[in-house]
Design a protein. Structure first.
Length: 117
């Protein structure tokens, strides 16, 4: 017997529908949005600190960790918008490479869960 699903009747019932259906997609989308915004902001803050001598900078390792944690698109946009770390070869190659790997992993998981399985 199939489990009865609750379908939202109003827009404010969306959260309840997500909780009862158990779909992880809204949580994943929220996490990705948050980590990308934080990584984008980190690039902007580090650029601002670079222009003001004496300010404590954000370590490059932390900028890379933000990208690896899922914020690679925010990091790439931060590099372009703020023109920050664009002369560093490790960032010019590393950030797009991290983004490409994350897209390939996501596409592979999508194919596995929706097509192959």
């Amino acid at each position: 017997m199939e489990k009865a699903r609750y379908l939202p009747e109003a827009q404010n019932d969306f959260v309840w529908a997500v909780i009862t259906t158990g779909s992880p997609w809204p949580l994943l989308a929220g996490y990705l949005l948050l980590i990308n915004l934080c990584t984008f902001a980190a690039f902007g803050i580090d650029k601002w600190k670079a222009r003001h001598p004496g300010r404590r900078r954000i370590p490059e390792r932390n900028l890379f960790l933000g990208a690896i944690a899922g914020g690679s698109l925010g990091a790439l946009l931060g590099m372009r918008v703020f023109h920050h770390k664009t002369l560093h070869r490790s960032f010019r190659i590393g950030i797009p490479l991290i983004l490409a790997v994350q897209v390939l992993i996501s596409a592979g998981l999508f194919l596995y869960w929706n097509v192959i399985r």
